[in-house]
Ligand binder design. Structure first.
Ligand code: NAD
Length: 282
């Protein structure tokens, strides 16, 4: 039976530290703040944004939600981003994705001041991550690294297999694991015989968004299994990419969904925001 990696508990600790730092800033008359831009009415995005507002409240950070209609043009969005960039009272800016068709997420991300880019997606920040000189750490991969450390899983010399090559999870996860001396293999939608690769993983990270993708027979006995996927089942409940009931008896460590990687992502966003606020004051 695998040990459950409790992201909820670990996130609570991080958020308590953020709250303390926020209180210290407030004592100096500075109100740390995060602006979240939400374009359109995607219901999942609305839930994520509400959660971010809650996290801000818990952490002593002022959450500002800029809601823009689905018809917003790219130029209109850029104007909004420029306003937030220029506002010294705003320390972090996050553009909730996906953006409606017609807005290039690269262009939008590029417009964010890199010093306020708490999602670490601006090309400057992405570049720094790949050069092992990160400014902000990418929220989900950084949260996973915290969990690995907390449970004494040292990536050094291990074979880490990542399923998914997105800019937000798969690629930066590769960089962080490489920087900790893992041997990293990245799989994606065009990888033939996924199981043949995943069965060699000491650390397996699945970031795809497909329910039931990783079955028990795809896991090396004793592996640490990190499930990033968030999928909604027909009954409305959340599930990851990994078939938990099959994976748990095979793995040594496993993250649950919900309560694993998700809360860590949210906590690291708060940590990045408070870092941005502190840096803006020095
Ligand atoms: P994405 O759609 O940008 O990328 C998915 C990746 O999966 C792609 O690189 C694709 O090549 C790969 N893929 C698709 N089908 C595959 C298959 N059959 N076999 C192997 N690889 C396949 O998604 P994303 O933004 O990286 O998110 C991935 C999942 O993680 C989603 O479920 C998302 O909701 C979730 N997510 C969770 C958190 C969290 O905090 N827990 C954070 C970000 C994303």
């Amino acid at each position: 039976m695998a040990i459950l990696m409790d992201g909820k508990a670990a996130a609570k600790t991080i958020k308590a530290e953020v709250l303390e730092r926020a209180q210290r800033l407030r004592e100096r008359g500075i109100e740390p703040s995060l602006a979240v831009i939400l374009v359109g009415d995607d219901p999942a995005s609305a839930v994520y944004v509400r959660n971010k507002e809650k996290d801000c409240e818990e952490c002593g950070i002022k959450g500002i939600v800029c809601r823009l209609p689905a018809e917003t043009t790219q130029d209109e969005l850029l104007v909004q981003i420029a306003r937030l960039d220029a506002n010294p009272a705003v320390h972090g800016i996050l553009i909730q994705q996906p953006l409606p068709a017609g807005i290039d997420p690269f262009v939008a991300t590029y417009a964010v001041d890199p010093c306020k880019d708490v999602d670490a997606l601006h090309p400057q920040n992405a570049g720094l991550i790949s050069l092992d000189r990160p400014h902000f750490l990418p929220c989900t991969p950084a949260g996973i690294m915290v969990l690995l450390d907390l449970y004494g899983i040292d990536p050094r010399g291990k074979h880490a297999v990542i399923i998914g090559r997105s800019h937000i999870v798969g690629k930066p996860m590769t960089q962080l694991l490489l920087s900790r001396d893992a041997t990293v293999t990245v799989c994606h939608s065009r990888t033939p015989d996924l199981g043949a690769v995943t069965r060699t993983a000491d650390i397996l990270v699945s970031a795809v968004g497909r329910i039931g993708l990783v079955t028990g027979d795809m896991i090396k006995p004793g592996a640490a299994v990190i499930d990033v996927g968030i999928n909604r089942k027909p009954d409305g409940k959340l599930a990851g990419d990994v078939v938990f009931a099959e994976a748990e008896p095979v793995a040594s460590y496993i993250t649950p969904v919900p309560g694993g990687v998700g809360p860590m992502t949210r906590a690291i966003l708060m940590k990045n925001t408070i870092t941005a606020a502190v840096e803006a004051t020095v």
